[in-house]
Write a protein that binds this ligand. Structure first.
Ligand SMILES: CC(C)(COP(=O)(O)OP(=O)(O)OC[C@H]1O[C@@H](n2cnc3c(N)ncnc32)[C@H](O)[C@@H]1OP(=O)(O)O)[C@@H](O)C(=O)NCCC(=O)NCCS
Length: 147
C-alpha cells in the first residue's frame, strides 16, 4: 500500500502509540519514554502511524533504535527515509558515530552504510543505553561513521 506519508518529530503525546506500534512490530519499548523527543514518526493521511525511528544521544555517539514500518507499508522506502531523517538529526547534534543493535536486519542496515563492529570497539558512552545493557545483549552491533 502506498500513501503520501507525513514525517514529523514525535512529542510526549505520541508516546503511548509509539510503544504500541513497537510492540506490534516486535521491538522493545524500554527506554522510549526517555528519548521520545528524538523520535521521528511517519503518519498516513488519517494520522495513523506507519513508521517510527528513534535516536539516543551520548556525547559524540548516537544510537539509532526502534526502526519499524508497519507490515503493509514495507518495501517502499519509508524505513530508509526515517533512518536518513534520524541520521540528519544526529549529525546536526554533533554525533560522529551512529550505532544500532539488530538481531536479523543486519543486511538491511549494511545497505544503508552500517557495518558490524565488535562490542569491545563500541564507544563507552553509548554502552550505558538500556538497549545495550538490558534489551539486546546478544544482538549484533553496527556502526555508521557520520562525516
Ligand atoms: C526493517 C524495516 C524497518 C525496513 O522498513 P522498510 O520501509 O520496509 O524498508 P525500505 O523500504 O527502506 O527498504 C526495503 C528493502 O529492504 C529489504 N529489507 C527489509 N527488511 C530487511 C531485513 N530484515 N533484512 C534484509 N533486508 C531487509 C527489503 O527486502 C527491501 O529490499 P529491496 O529494496 O531490494 O526490495 C521493516 O522491515 C521493519 O519494520 N521490520 C521489523 C522491525 C525491525 O526488524 N527493525 C529493525 C531492527 S531495529
Amino acid at each position: 500500500m502506498t500513501v503520501q506519508a507525513r514525517y514529523r518529530a514525535a512529542t510526549k503525546s505520541d508516546l503511548q502509540r509509539i510503544k504500541s506500534f513497537l510492540g506490534e512490530n516486535g521491538l522493545p519499548e524500554l527506554g522510549v519514554d526517555e528519548w521520545v523527543d528524538n523520535f521521528v514518526i511517519a503518519e498516513d493521511q488519517n494520522g495513523s502511524l506507519l513508521g517510527v525511528a528513534g535516536l539516543e544521544l551520548y556525547e559524540k555517539s548516537g544510537l539509532l533504535r526502534s526502526v519499524a514500518v508497519a507490515q503493509r507499508f514495507r518495501g517502499q522506502g519509508y524505513g530508509r527515509i526515517l533512518i536518513e531523517s534520524v541520521t540528519g538529526t544526529a549529525k546536526a547534534r554533533g554525533v560522529k558515530r551512529l550505532y544500532l543493535l539488530t538481531d536479523d536486519a543486519g543486511a538491511y542496515f549494511e545497505r544503508l552504510g552500517f557495518q558490524v563492529v565488535d562490542r569491545k570497539d563500541v564507544d563507552e558512552a553509548v554502552k550505558v543505553s538500556v538497549e545495550f545493557t538490558e534489551v539486546c545483549e546478544t544482538a549484533a552491533v553496527m556502526r555508521r561513521v557520520i562525516s
